[in-house]
Design a protein around this ligand. Structure first.
Ligand SMILES: O=C(O)CCC(=O)C(=O)O
Ligand SMILES: [Fe+2]
Length: 313
């Protein structure tokens, strides 16, 4: 097995980010302490008990998948605000947006007997020609140990840099084996998949994803968390959920700042929607050149034994 890009929790953010830029992913150990993991498990257990397997092949018949984590788990709110994680997200996405945002929060609980998911790019939500600048910075926190047998996330290192014609080969796939408490962080353009669970226990992971603030979020955070609950969150978490200006005017409500609307602090007239710091941040981002190209759809590659079988509808 290829050596994983694994870092201690006190490693320099710039080093970890350089590894994500080069390989498309990194693993950070000890993001969650044992007692935090225990609290997270107990917060989520009632929701897991009530959850069912997926209905489509991609979602996995033997995978319990629950979103809206912020409304269900206080620990997940701390995870979304983890200083090292936010530092890495800024390093990956910051050059392309004035403000980053949450994209998705959820858990992926692979039960014994689950088959492998097809390899895919989370960033295929958006119609950019590849290679593209990063649009999504995704994580998978190991809540159980992630092992080869229980379906540790599959990854194709370096594939975030590939064009749309380049297909993954089975021998290029590695697995994010990591002990509980670790975090896999990857560029949304990196090919990856949930593995197959050949073990007797569940593989339990929590995904917290971020994206460029000017994109539509995969999971609508305004509806995922009741506003009455969101009001009790720290200001930075509210901003990451989207109660924020992505740039001047982008995200306003009735010409007021959405955070003022949420918290009931809006003035009667128009809000301050273009502070100088936001104009400066927007002027500093790298502008994207988006060219027309032949549609390539959203390829997903099934891996069967040694062979990547290629895209399937
Ligand atoms: O379960 C995993 O390890 C990855 C799941 C995934 O990539 C997805 O559902 O988009
Ligand atoms: Fe994915």
């Amino acid at each position: 097995m290829t050596r994983l890009n694994s870092f201690a929790h006190d490693a320099d953010g710039a080093l970890i980010a350089a590894s994500i830029a080069e390989h498309g992913y990194a693993i950070v150990q000890d993001m969650l302490a044992p007692d935090t993991l225990e609290r997270l498990r107990s917060e989520l257990q009632p929701h897991l008990d009530a959850a069912e397997g997926g209905k489509e092949a991609f979602m996995g018949a033997r995978t319990k998948r629950i979103g809206a984590l912020l409304s269900r788990s206080a620990v997940s709110r701390d995870m979304a605000l983890d200083p090292l994680l936010l530092d890495l997200v800024e390093r990956v996405l910051g050059p392309y947006c004035a403000r980053v945002q949450l994209n998705y929060t959820g858990l992926m609980y692979l039960m014994p007997g689950e088959k492998a998911q097809p390899l895919h790019r989370d960033a295929a939500l958006y119609p950019f020609q590849n290679p593209a600048p990063p649009t999504i910075c995704a994580t998978m926190f190991a809540v159980s140990d992630f092992t080869r047998e229980n379906g540790a996330t599959w990854l194709v290192p370096g594939s975030h840099l590939w064009d749309d014609a380049r297909e993954p080969r089975a021998e290029e796939v590695i697995q994010a084996e990591m002990p509980a408490g670790s975090m896999l962080i990857y560029n949304g353009s990196t090919y990856h998949a949930g593995g197959a669970n050949h073990s007797n226990g569940a593989r339990f992971g929590c995904a917290i994803q971020y994206s460029l603030g000017w994109l539509r979020q995969e999971e609508n955070q305004y509806m995922a968390v009741p506003p009455e609950l969101a009001k009790t969150f720290p200001r930075r978490l509210q901003e990451l959920m989207g109660y924020d200006m992505a740039t001047v005017n982008l995200g306003m409500v009735d010409h007021k700042h959405p955070n003022d609307i949420l918290n009931g602090t809006a003035d009667s007239g128009p809000g301050e929607l273009g502070p100088q710091w936001l104009i400066d941040a927007d002027n500093a981002i790298q502008r994207l050149k988006v060219t027309g190209y032949a549609a390539t759809g959203r390829p997903r590659y099934y891996v069967d034994g040694e062979v990547v079988q290629g895209p399937r509808a």
